[in-house]
Structure formats: structure tokens, C-alpha cells
Design a binder for this molecule. Structure first.
Ligand SMILES: Nc1ncnc2c1ncn2[C@@H]1O[C@H](COP(=O)(O)OP(=O)(O)OP(=O)(O)O)[C@@H](O)[C@H]1O
Ligand SMILES: [Mg+2]
Length: 393
């Protein structure tokens, strides 16, 4: 009957796949237990590849049979590396953009646009090719915050080129509409506007496109999520809004839209006194930590109320670019680092699960005849409109 030494001898003839040395020489055989003709062998190998384990199982099994041993094998091996992929699936109106990041909040006025601008600049300063799409059709203020007020985009054919400031490409409804022009936006118009901002703008190849959303959880958010796979959702909130459950609404929306949550930005979370530079707690700093853990996410940053942030926004000179040594700029840089880490290490993002149930070209405002026609056409190509200018396509 075979003993441990016999088994070891057989194992010392088995080469580690792809190498000249045996598994015994490598020290991969960690434990051998024998009980009559039964043996259990534990191996600790350095490869996560299944083929390596399979080949070893085959060779060891054959070697053990040759000496009348029925061996049970167990393997310790490293975790397979997480699949890193920039690929996306589902509908994608802007495939030249690697990662779309949706910046959202349950309530208005909490600092979404300020966060978008500074995070985008901080991300660009870390070597990424970055754009901002201002999807806040109700109050587009990214152009002002980026110092682009009054600038007109270059038109090429029937498309517009984004503007550029501080190394970031920018497009906004505010650039395309007459200043002060008031529009009453209906659901279908918002959907059309968002899709045009993705499809009819000449976005270059970008690593990250930040989208500043209108406040709340409505048509704009759903349309965006259906039009491009969104790689990350960022929720901007203030500590007092956490208590009011507003921020939960936007986090719940990310979950419903299958948008991976990159984290929460706790804005106005304390006050930095401009004269003595001390940080004091006003609304209750740090309340977002608990919220983040409830949603299995992280706090990307705690941004204090700092006059330089507001001044930077009003004057079009963002604090992260113009005052990089400030506390706020450093926190935006750290938040950008966390975000980059999140999107660079995620699996494939898909928006397949949130595609409209109606075929492309059909909206709730289509008449029955048009709906049938559009359905037929949609089978061949996406297209069709009810022709009323309602914005259904
Ligand atoms: N951390 C901060 N410190 C000082 N001022 C800030 C800070 N964050 C935002 N602000 C100021 O608060 C105001 C509202 O911010 P912002 O416009 O970014 O909010 P918003 O969520 O985009 O608002 P809306 O919902 O109206 O689009 C702006 O004047 C901005 O400069
Ligand atoms: Mg805003």
C-alpha cells in the first residue's frame, strides 16, 4: 500500500504546467493525508487559470492511479483578476465616450453644477480626456461656471462642436439657446434635447463625460440612462438633505436604472472661515457616511462651504483650476481619484435592462397609424417621427 513518501515521489515527477520544475520543487504541495488507498492532497499554486488546475488534476490523477491511490485534490489559488473592460452594451448614442458619469441630486441648489465642474477639471488634471454635458435644460449654468458665457459653438454641417475651457470639452443647452430664452419643457422635448446633446454634438473620443442633470428623478435621467450606458452615478447632497431623504431618492433612482453608484459628494458639509481657516460644523458633517454604507458605496468627498467655491462659480474661474492649493481643490482632486479608480476597475456596463419597451421611433404621442408604421420601420432601422415636432424622435 502506498505511503506519503511514495506519493511525494510520484508528485516530484509532475512538472508545473509551462515550467521545467516540478510541483514539489516549487513547494506547491502543501499537505498529503493518506488513509488506506485514499489520499487527499492540498496544492497551493500561483495561477488562477482554470487550465493549469485542470492539467494538474489530470496528471496527478493518472500518477496516483498508477500506484493504486485514489486521490482527492484541493487547490489554493489566487483570485482571478476582475475583468477590466471599457466595453458597454445596450443602446449607445455616443460610443466614442468611454465612461459616462451622471451627477444627480434629489433636490435643486445643493451644488450639482459646482461639483460637476470641479470634479471634471480635477479628473482632467489627472490625465483623462474629459467633457461636460450640461443636461440641466431648466437652468443651464455650466457655461457661466466654466467662463464660457456668450461663446458660440462652431457648427460643422448640422452638428455643433463642443466649446473647451480648462482642458475640458463643454456643451450645454445654455450655449444653444438664446440667452434669457424661456422654454416650457415638456417630457418629450426634454428627451429629444438630451438625445440631441449626445448624438448631434461632435464629441471627440473622451475618457469621461460628466453629465450635470436637472434636479430630481425624471424624464431626463431615464432618457439619458436609456441612450448611453452610464458607468457611474454620483449623488450630490448637503448634510441637511440627507435627513430629509432627498438624497435617497436619487440613490434609489440609480439602483432602478442599474447605474453603478460611484459615491456621494457631501457638499456644504462644514464652513471654512476665510480669516482663520478653521473648519466648523454647521449642518452636521459626516452624515453621508451612514447613507453611503446603506447603499454599499463610498463618500467621494466632503466639500466645505468656502467662499472661494462660490466666487469661482460666479466668475467662471473654478477653484480647482485657479486655487489648487485650497482645501476644496484638494478634496475635489481626491474625489476625482476615487472616481477614476471606480470606473477604471468596473465590469462591463449595460443599459439593456432599461430599454423602452416600445420600438425606437415610437412614443406615447404617436397616433395609432403612425405607431404601426413606425413599428414596422423600426424592425428594419431605427427612425420615424410623428412629424408634429413634439420631440418623439
Ligand atoms: N461648497 C460650496 N461652498 C460655497 N458655495 C457653494 C458650494 N457649493 C455650491 N455653492 C454655491 O451654491 C450655489 C448653488 O450651487 P449649484 O448651482 O452648483 O447647485 P445645483 O445643485 O447645480 O443647483 P440647481 O439645482 O439650481 O442646478 C451656487 O451659487 C454655488 O456657487
Ligand atoms: Mg445646476
Amino acid at each position: 500500500m502506498a505511503n506519503i513518501e511514495d506519493i511525494k515521489k510520484e508528485l516530484s515527477n509532475i512538472k508545473y504546467p509551462g515550467f521545467a520544475k516540478s510541483i514539489v520543487e516549487f513547494g506547491f504541495v502543501k499537505d498529503i493525508q493518506v488513509n488506506g488507498s485514499e489520499a487527499s492532497i492540498l496544492l497551493d499554486i500561483t495561477s488562477s487559470a482554470q487550465e493549469v488546475e485542470d492539467q494538474l488534476r489530470k496528471e496527478i490523477g493518472a500518477a496516483m492511479s498508477s500506484i493504486g491511490v485514489n486521490a482527492t485534490l484541493s487547490f489554493n489559488k489566487p483570485q482571478a483578476p476582475k475583468q477590466q473592460s471599457n466595453s458597454t452594451s445596450g443602446q449607445n448614442m455616443a460610443p466614442q465616450i468611454k465612461k459616462v458619469v451622471m451627477v444627480s441630486s434629489g433636490k435643486g441648489g445643493v451644488g450639482k453644477s459646482t461639483t460637476t465642474v470641479n470634479l471634471a477639471i480635477a479628473t482632467a488634471m489627472q490625465g483623462k480626456r474629459v467633457g461636460i454635458l450640461d443636461a440641466d435644460v431648466y437652468g443651464p449654468n455650466i457655461p457661466r461656471m466654466m467662463g464660457l458665457n456668450g461663446q458660440e459653438p462652431e457648427i460643422v454641417g448640422n452638428k455643433a462642436k463642443p466649446l473647451n475651457a480648462y482642458g475640458v470639452d463643454v456643451m450645454s443647452m445654455g450655449v444653444l439657446m438664446e440667452e434669457g430664452q424661456a422654454l416650457i419643457w415638456r417630457g418629450a422635448m426634454i428627451m429629444k434635447a438630451i438625445q440631441q446633446l449626445l448624438r448631434d454634438i461632435l464629441w471627440e473620443e473622451l475618457d469621461v463625460l460628466f453629465i450635470d442633470m436637472p434636479p430630481g428623478t425624471g424624464d431626463a435621467q431615464l432618457t439619458l440612462a436609456q441612450s448611453v450606458p452610464v458607468a457611474a452615478g454620483i449623488n450630490v447632497t448637503t448634510p441637511q438633505h440627507v435627513a430629509l431623504d432627498d438624497s435617497r431618492r436619487s440613490l434609489d433612482m440609480f439602483k432602478k436604472l442599474h447605474i453603478p453608484i460611484a459615491g456621494i459628494v457631501e457638499n456644504m458639509s462644514g464652513f471654512i472661515c476665510p480669516s482663520c481657516n478653521t473648519e466648523s460644523d454647521i449642518f452636521g458633517m459626516g452624515t453621508c457616511e451612514e447613507l453611503a454604507s446603506q447603499y454599499n458605496t463610498q463618500v467621494l468627498g466632503n466639500l466645505p462651504i468656502e467662499p472661494a467655491i462660490r466666487e469661482g462659480g460666479d466668475s467662471g474661474k473654478p477653484v480647482t483650476y485657479f486655487n489648487p492649493e485650497s482645501v476644496s481643490a484638494k478634496r475635489y482632486m481626491m474625489a476625482a481619484e476615487k472616481l477614476i479608480n471606480f470606473i477604471d476597475n468596473q465590469d462591463e456596463v449595460s443599459n439593456e435592462a432599461i430599454q423602452p419597451t416600445m420600438p425606437a421611433g415610437v412614443s406615447a404621442c404617436s397616433t395609432e397609424g403612425q405607431r404601426i408604421k413606425a413599428e414596422q420601420e423600426a424592425a428594419k432601422k431605427s427612425g420615424g417621427s410623428c412629424g408634429t415636432g413634439c420631440g418623439c424622435h
